[in-house]
Write a protein that binds this ligand. Structure first.
Ligand SMILES: NC(=O)c1ccc[n+]([C@@H]2O[C@H](COP(=O)([O-])OP(=O)(O)OC[C@H]3O[C@@H](n4cnc5c(N)ncnc54)[C@H](O)[C@@H]3O)[C@@H](O)[C@H]2O)c1
Length: 341
């Protein structure tokens, strides 16, 4: 199998590439390093630095590689920011995906696509979300993922290739981008502490999320590429145990300082809720359990300990902010506008 992994210098893509290399596959990989790092790229992968928004260059590359299996993970996954950078979000998600998929289909070699989507496609429906719910995205990022999912279904039917769609929960673990102030709440919390700052919580902090340690994600996305029984299926991947953001903050503080009695200067500060952020987001994983053998093995508290140990080994990172937003509004969170993180 000639495999192409997009977003292979990123967090989840690099762990996936490691798993594929370990299984002895020929892995081609691309990333434009906008959110990923060369240090994450498995040296046994053939790697090309490529911006998938560049249609001509992507066409040339994919036409040469002729991938039989594509795992698409490249993304601008800054969901909360996507209302203020809608063009970048659409180009880095939907357009980058089509730019990759179209030449792969045209090459005649493509057998299967594993698309990494998101729970954002469920929007503000009542959780737990199951895969058979309609897609009702509430934000620009969810809209792009919805378009990517639906395009996959339509194009696979017309052009005869298989697909599996994976909708992960909040995944965390080593190699997550600690310098991104726009996403990955746990990394932001930990990086603030490493920079000797308190962290900020949007709204009352009682919004709930479920978190997956990376080791409880990679085996299942890997398997999805090779199991014919999951062709044409959509899977939620993530634990069912949800946690409030307030409680997540408490665990991070306790694990970081090794005591519940941490210096009160680190007490989290609250800010107004972010626009379009849903209050509750967790889902059922019965289907993944049944068809992919999904199982959670890393408890949240243990995972946070591992994450903190890794983050400390990387050291405090300086947050990297955008030069500007595409749209300005008083709804842009202060953490971003005033660069508080
Ligand atoms: N991490 C999560 O909790 C989570 C949850 C749901 C869905 N997802 C999805 O999983 C996938 C991987 O997420 P991640 O957390 O590893 O993110 P990540 O940012 O670490 O990885 C994405 C990679 O894509 C690359 N990229 C962005 N635009 C590109 C372009 N135009 N051309 C080439 N490369 C480009 C970035 O440089 C980055 O390395 C994404 O599709 C994301 O939407 C992630």
């Amino acid at each position: 199998m000639r495999i192409l992994v997009t977003g292979a210098a990123g967090f989840m893509g690099s762990h996936l590439a490691d798993a594929l290399v370990a299984k002895g596959h020929e892995v081609h990989s691309v990333d434009d390093l906008s959110g990923g790092f060369m240090r994450n790229v498995n040296p046994a992968c053939k790697f090309k630095q490529l911006d998938l928004r560049d249609r001509e260059a992507t066409n040339k590359y994919v036409s040469e590689i002729k991938p039989e299996l594509i795992y698409h993970l490249a993304a601008d996954a800054t969901e909360g920011r996507s209302q203020f950078t809608p063009v970048q979000c659409t180009e880095r998600n939907y357009m980058a995906y089509l730019n990759t998929l179209v030449p792969a289909i045209r090459s005649g070699a493509l057998k299967k696509v594993v698309l990494t989507s998101s729970m954002s496609v469920y929007g503000a429906q009542t959780p737990p979300f199951s895969e058979d719910l309609d897609r009702k995205p509430e934000d620009i990022y969810g809209l792009a993922k919805t378009a990517m999912e639906r395009s996959t279904e339509i194009l696979s039917e017309v052009h005869n290739f298989d697909y599996t769609i994976i909708r992960p929960h909040n995944v965390y673990g080593p190699r997550q981008n600690l310098s991104d102030p726009y996403r990955n709440v746990m990394s932001i919390f930990i990086n603030c502490l490493m920079n000797n700052k308190n962290f900020y919580v949007y709204g009352d902090g009682e919004q709930t999320r479920a978190f997956s340690y990376i080791d409880d994600f990679t085996p299942y996305i890997t398997k999805a590429g090779f199991d014919d029984k999951v062709n044409g299926e959509i899977f939620n991947i993530g634990p069912v145990e949800e946690v409030t953001i307030n409680h997540l903050g408490e665990i991070v503080l306790e694990k970081y300082f090794g005591t519940k009695d941490w210096d009160k200067k680190y007490t989290p500060k609250h800010l107004p809720p972010r626009p379009k952020e849903v209050k509750e987001a967790y889902c059922t994983v019965d289907k993944a359990r049944k068809m992919l053998g999904y199982n959670t093995t890393v408890h949240l508290e243990d995972g946070i300990e591992k994450m903190i140990a890794w983050a400390r080994s990387m050291g405090a990172q300086k947050p990297v902010y955008l030069d500007d937003f595409e749209l300005h509004s008083d709804k842009i969170p202060l953490t971003w506008k005033d660069k508080l993180i």
